[in-house]
Every structure is written in structure tokens, then in C-alpha cells.
Design a protein around this ligand. Structure first.
Ligand code: ZN
Length: 278
């Protein structure tokens, strides 16, 4: 089963709290929410436990987005340490809420050889995995495919990390893959080949527990510019959903649209139609 929902609290939630957001999603017929800790992790353990309880009661799946201020390839060791701390903090609060997966943008390449960057990121992710395992925290670390050419995070890099490190899985942001390809990655066959890569390298179990981002997006010569409405994007999001349905993908699909739940509902409706017409 693929759950579809919003990146954070839906705009129409009242009150605009995580709990209010979960209730609103349930009313709308959406089934997952990402806790957006993109500036910093402000949620405390007590709130996280309550949010987790409400999510379980309403059967809403939870994922986490760690802060943006992360760079596992910084030239400054203290910035790498701070990056890991931010991801770990998001992972710890996420685990209290019962979230399955925490995503993050792992690094920037700067002027470095991508293979060297890969090794640095891999070492950093391994270290975080060991720390979380030591705490009995099994939340999945899910580095994200990123939207800008300056950022580490091609599909191949993310799948390779997932293959090498147990407890790591891909967060595939199809909008980012489209943007970083400057609009080239945009056909059913390409979306299907991405899912086939996951199946070949990580197995069918990985396809059953995917962490996915899908929204409208605008791009420039260096990749991602900003998220836009589904009706304004060149991204063939319907073909993405067809590929997801054809591969029997399960897990959580998060919509990061400027009109969060409105676009999530468009995705949900199209996805439901695909299933009914089978
Ligand atoms: Zn992201």
C-alpha cells in the first residue's frame, strides 16, 4: 500500500499543529505526513509521543525531514559534526513519534571528486547508523535524491549508500531527479528504470517501504528552482504514479507542493483511479 500525504501540516488544519494536521489529513482521506524539521528540530519528546499516538489512532504514516543545514562534505570538521547532530536529533524525535524514515540532503560536492564525496558521506552515514543502533533506534536513515547539480544525491549515489549500509534506504524525490536532469528525466520508462534499479540492488522489500517525494517543480540551468503547483509543472507526475502502481510500490509518498493537501489530493485521486481501472 502506498500512502500519500503532505510535507508538514496541511494548510486547512485547525489548529495548525501536528496533531491538528493529522486529524485534517484523516478527514481528507490522506494517509501520511512528514514532520518537517527543516530549520531545526523544535518538537520535544512529549509532543512527539502524543503526535505518534494520534497518528497510530488515525492510521497516518509518519516520516521525518531533517534540517536543511547539513553538509557531510564540509571542509570544516565542526560543521560535519553539527550536521550529524542535526540528523541524529531529527532521528531521535522521529523515533519517539514512531516515524519509519528520516530523510536529509547529505552534502554538497564543492570542487571535490564525486567519488571522494561519496566516501565521506558514506563514512558519516555509517557513523550515524552505529550511534542510532547503539541507542536501539531503528528509524531508517534515508538520504534524498537532490534537485541541484551542486548537491550530492544522484539516484545511483543514494541507491549505492542504501546497498552498502544496513538500515539505510533511498528517499527518491522524483521532482528533484527531473530538476537535476534539467528536464530530461521525465518519461514513464525513466521512472520505471529508477524503480527497477531499486528492485535490482535493494530487493522487492525496498520497493514495499519506499520514502518518496513528488510535487510540481521548476528548474533552471543548475537544477531545482522552486516547487510549483502540479498544474504548472512540466514534470509528468502522472507517469510517475503509473510507474509506482505498476511496480507495486508501497511506503510513503510526500507532496511538498505550495498548496500541500490540494496537490496531494490530486495525486491520491489519480493513484486511486489507476487501481480501480486494473
Ligand atoms: Zn528534501
Amino acid at each position: 500500500m502506498l500512502r500519500i500525504g503532505t510535507a508538514g501540516i496541511p494548510h486547512s488544519a485547525k489548529p495548525r499543529t501536528s496533531e491538528g494536521g493529522l486529524k485534517r489529513l484523516a478527514e481528507l482521506g490522506l494517509t501520511c505526513m512528514e514532520l518537517e524539521f527543516v530549520r531545526s528540530v523544535q518538537m520535544g519528546a512529549k509532543t512527539a509521543a502524543k503526535v505518534g499516538q494520534v497518528a497510530r489512532e488515525l492510521d497516518i504514516g509518519l516520516t521525518v525531514h531533517a534540517p536543511y543545514y547539513v553538509n557531510l562534505n564540509s571542509a570544516e570538521p565542526e560543521k560535519i559534526a553539527a550536521s550529524k547532530e542535526r540528523i541524529l536529533k531529527a532521528a531521535r524525535i522521529g523515533a519517539v513519534a514512531g516515524a519509519r524514515s528520516v530523510t536529509f540532503h547529505a552534502a554538497f560536492y564543492h570542487e571535490d571528486d564525486p567519488e571522494v564525496v561519496y566516501e565521506r558521506v558514506r563514512d558519516g552515514v555509517w557513523e550515524m547508523r552505529r550511534i542510532l543502533d547503539g541507542e536501539g533506534n531503528s528509524i531508517r536513515l534515508s538520504p534524498e535524491t537532490t534537485g541541484s547539480l551542486s548537491q550530492f544525491g544522484t539516484l545511483e549515489e543514494i541507491v549505492r549508500l542504501s546497498e552498502e549500509i544496513p538500515g539505510v534506504g533511498p528517499c527518491i524525490d522524483f521532482s528533484h531527479l527531473f530538476a537535476r536532469s534539467i528536464g530530461e528525466f521525465n518519461t514513464y520508462e525513466q521512472f520505471a528504470s529508477a524503480l527497477q534499479l531499486v528492485r535490482d540492488k535493494l530487493g522487492d522489500e525496498a520497493l514495499q517501504a519506499m520514502h518518496i517525494h513528488l510535487s510540481g517543480i521548476a528548474y533552471g540551468p543548475k537544477g531545482e528552482r522552486n516547487h510549483v503547483l502540479l498544474e504548472e509543472t512540466e514534470l509528468d507526475y502522472r507517469a510517475v504514479l503509473r510507474a509506482l502502481a505498476d511496480f507495486g510500490v508501497g511506503g510513503n509518498l510526500i507532496c511538498e507542493s505550495p498548496v500541500l493537501e490540494d496537490d496531494a489530493l490530486i495525486l491520491q485521486e489519480y493513484y486511486n483511479d489507476l487501481h480501480q481501472n486494473r
